[in-house]
Design a protein around this ligand. Structure first.
Ligand SMILES: C[S@@+](CC[C@H](N)C(=O)[O-])C[C@H]1O[C@@H](n2cnc3c(N)ncnc32)[C@H](O)[C@@H]1O
Length: 363
C-alpha cells in the first residue's frame, strides 16, 4: 500500500507541467478544418496559466469555433494565483492577497476588440468576462475534477476535448473520453501505449498519435524541485520531458504514409527474444521488408505506425513469458514482464526496455 501511495505521489509530481504555446500551435495547425464550428472543451485548464485557453481564445474567430469551455481545478498550486489575465489591465482592481480559491468555468461564445485599441487580445477577454457579455465566468460547485458530475455535464456538451491532462490520471482520463464517445486531442506520455487498456484502443484503431510526439519542454511551478529544472530567459522555470505525444481520434493524414522498407531479414541481425517468439528490430527504419512474423520495436514506432501496413499485436508487458518458466534462476535480472535477448559473453540474459509487437499486413 505504502509503495502504491509512493508511486502515485511520484506520478502526481508530473501533473503540474504546463504546455507551451509554441507546442500547441505546432500541433493544432494540422487540425484547423476539423475544429470549425465545434464546441471545444479544455477541462484541466486554469485560464490564468493554460496556453490551451490562450490559444483557443486568441484564435477563436480564425478557427471559426462555436464555443470554448474551460474549467480550472482548485488543488492546482497555481489556482487563482497567476493574475496575468487581468493583472495587466489597470482598469481592473488588482487583488492584494491570494483570492479565495474556487474552481471556475469559462464559457466563451464571442471574442472581439473590446477596449478599442484595434487589436483583440486577452485584455479584451478579461473585459468581456467581467462584463459577462455573451461569455460566462462562474464558479463551479466542486473542485473542477474532470470526473465530477458538473464536469461530465460540460464534457457531454463538447464536440472536441483538447488539453494536457494530469499525467498520473491519463488512463482514467482517456477512458472517460472514450466512454462518452468524444473527439479529442490530448497530450500524454507515449509510454502509456504499452499499458493494456491504451494499447487495446490503439489496436482497435480507436486512438492514435498525432504529429509531434517527441520530448517537449514544459513550464513547471516555481515551487517545483528537480535537478533537471532550469530557468528560461523569461525567468520562469522549465523542465524537459521525453516521449510526450498527442493522443487523438481526429484525422491525422501522416499515419497513412507507408514506411519504406529496404532491409533483408537475417537471424543474426534480428535475434529472436528468449521469452517470446518475435524478432528484435532496433529502429523502424530497419524493419525487414521480407519478414512477416512478429517483430518487437520501441514504443516510438507508434509515431510512424500506418494501420494499412502493420497490425499491432501487443506489448511486452502483456506478451513476455515469465523467464522463471524458461531458464534457470540467476541467468536473468528480475524485473517486470519484459523481453529478454541472449547476451553472448554476458553473465545474464539482456533485459530490454518495453517493446510493442507488430506484424506486417499482407495486402
Ligand atoms: C499536466 S498539467 C497541464 C495544465 C494545462 N492543461 C496545460 O497544458 O498547461 C495538468 C493540469 O490538470 C490539473 N488536474 C490535476 N488533477 C485534476 C483532476 N482530477 N481534474 C481536473 N484537473 C486536474 C492540474 O492541477 C494541472 O493544472
Amino acid at each position: 500500500m505504502a509503495n502504491k501511495n509512493l508511486q502515485s505521489a511520484k506520478a502526481a509530481r508530473y501533473d503540474e507541467f504546463y504546455t507551451q504555446l509554441a507546442d500547441i500551435e505546432k500541433e493544432l495547425r494540422y487540425y484547423k478544418d476539423q475544429l470549425k464550428g465545434k464546441v471545444i472543451l479544455c477541462n484541466c485548464d486554469d485560464p490564468y496559466e493554460s496556453n490551451f485557453f490562450r490559444y483557443f481564445v486568441l484564435n477563436f474567430n480564425v478557427l471559426g469555433l462555436k464555443q470554448l469551455i474551460t474549467t480550472s481545478y482548485t488543488p492546482s498550486p497555481v489556482a487563482n494565483t497567476q493574475l496575468a489575465l487581468i493583472g495587466d489591465d489597470k482598469t481592473l482592481t488588482e487583488l492584494k492577497s491570494r483570492p479565495k480559491i474556487t474552481a471556475n468555468k469559462f464559457i466563451i461564445n464571442e471574442v472581439r476588440d473590446m477596449d478599442g485599441d484595434g487589436a483583440f487580445d486577452l485584455r479584451d477577454i478579461a473585459k468581456q468576462l467581467k462584463a459577462n457579455k455573451n461569455n460566462e465566468w462562474t464558479p463551479l460547485k466542486g473542485t473542477g475534477d474532470f470526473r465530477s458530475p458538473e464536469s461530465v455535464e460540460l464534457l457531454k456538451r463538447a464536440d472536441i476535448v483538447v488539453t494536457n491532462p494530469p499525467f498520473s490520471l491519463f488512463r482514467e482520463y482517456m477512458a472517460q473520453l472514450v466512454k462518452h464517445d468524444k473527439q479529442f486531442l490530448i497530450i500524454g506520455n507515449v509510454m502509456s501505449a504499452t499499458k493494456k487498456d491504451i494499447f487495446q484502443l490503439m489496436k482497435e484503431n480507436k486512438i492514435w498519435l498525432g504529429y509531434n510526439n517527441s520530448g517537449k519542454t514544459y513550464q513547471v511551478p516555481d515551487s517545483y524541485l528537480n535537478k533537471n529544472v532550469f530557468v528560461g530567459n523569461d525567468g520562469k522555470k522549465y523542465m524537459k520531458m521525453g516521449n510526450t505525444g498527442w493522443f487523438t481520434n481526429l484525422t491525422v493524414t501522416k499515419r497513412h504514409e507507408e514506411i519504406p522498407l529496404f532491409r533483408k531479414y537475417t537471424p543474426s541481425e534480428y535475434p529472436t527474444y528468449i521469452n517470446y517468439n518475435a524478432i528484435e528490430v532496433n529502429r523502424y527504419k530497419e524493419i525487414p521488408e521480407d519478414y512477416y512474423g512478429e517483430m518487437g520495436l520501441s514504443v516510438t514506432f507508434l509515431d510512424k505506425y500506418n494501420p494499412e501496413q502493420f497490425e499491432l499485436v501487443g506489448s511486452s508487458l502483456q506478451l513476455g513469458k515469465r523467464m522463471s518458466e524458461i531458464v534457470p534462476k540467476g541467468t536473468y535480472s528480475i524485473g517486470g514482464p519484459r523481453f529478454y535477448l541472449a547476451n553472448p559473453g554476458g553473465r545474464t540474459y539482456k533485459r530490454l526496455f518495453d517493446r510493442i509487437v507488430i506484424k506486417r499486413k499482407i495486402v
